[in-house]
Design a protein around this ligand. Sequence first.
Ligand code: BDR
Ligand code: CA
Length: 345
Amino acid sequence: GKCVWLDADPGHDDATAILLAIHCPNIHLIGLSTVHGNASAGCTEANAARCLCAFGAPERISVYPGATKPLLRPAGYDPEIHGIDGLGGVEGLPNVDNPAVQARLAAGSRAIEGMANAIRGCWKDGEGHKVTIVSSGPMTNVALFVSVYPDLLEGVEEFVFMGGGVGVGNRSAVAEFNILRDPEAAQIVLNVPIRKTMIPLNVTHTAIVTRDVHAQLLSPGHKPDGHPELPRASSNLRHTLSTLITYFADAYRSTFGFHQGPPLHDALTIAYVSQPDLFKCERFRVDVELNGSHTAGETVVDVWNYLPCDNTWGPSGKNCVVAQSLDVKGFFQLLLDCVARCDQV
Ligand code: BDR
Ligand code: CA
């Protein structure tokens, strides 16, 4: 499997990314760090540990807490979408004072130190494997990591991040939450001279947890039967995931008018690493608008190749692979398979 480090701000959809990272067959999760974002860093850290326990992560995985604020700007959270603590309405997760959760919290060092050690451990100066760094929140930790440990970039296969949009935003007309929260960090990462893949809103907005998918999450093999009521959860895990989807669906309905269900943004990052052929992609120059009077935090994707760019991944090149579309059925099949596997542990 591919060695993956996940940096997240759980977060309802981040929680599903964590589940996939633990249970996708060809992914070897080597660490999980957390960042400010959907909620305060203290909350996202606790939530990550609660998810690791609830989803049966191997004991070697603990939580590495990272940046509590963006590089330059004040912190800002998203209680409207994720509740005050970042996992509003989610039932059945262990509490933060649960000893198993505490054990996951106590074991980790700081995020960038954890990343560095994990990469050294995998890469072994070229004798071992490269690591894919996946980001499903603001990119503060990743920007700090590449700035503090540039020598370790040779051990990094790729950065994969959920963030941005091509001409569309969700926390302003054109800015997506993860980029808007720390635009300078995102630009730093975009200029790093290794491969990057961006999973933008244009694509994540197609990964909608419809009623049918929700019914199958509750009860595997459930066939659409026209019943207005959802089936009963066939396990505690499935009940937990159902409460997560219900809360997220309500938030997306009231905030954005999504009536078919909520988009599972962050889960697509891990799905991409596990099964890249679920996605169609194209490589472009991508930069972040840092100062626009209307457009701060926008990802500017040069889809018509206006800029003269070389073939490097750095500041002068077409620096980013951008996902264009998703095999939606295939993605939800992967998710349901992972949930079934998670149910066994
Ligand atoms: C992103 O922002 C957060 O609400 C989600 O967790 C996701 O990472 C979507 O814009
Ligand atoms: Ca997130």
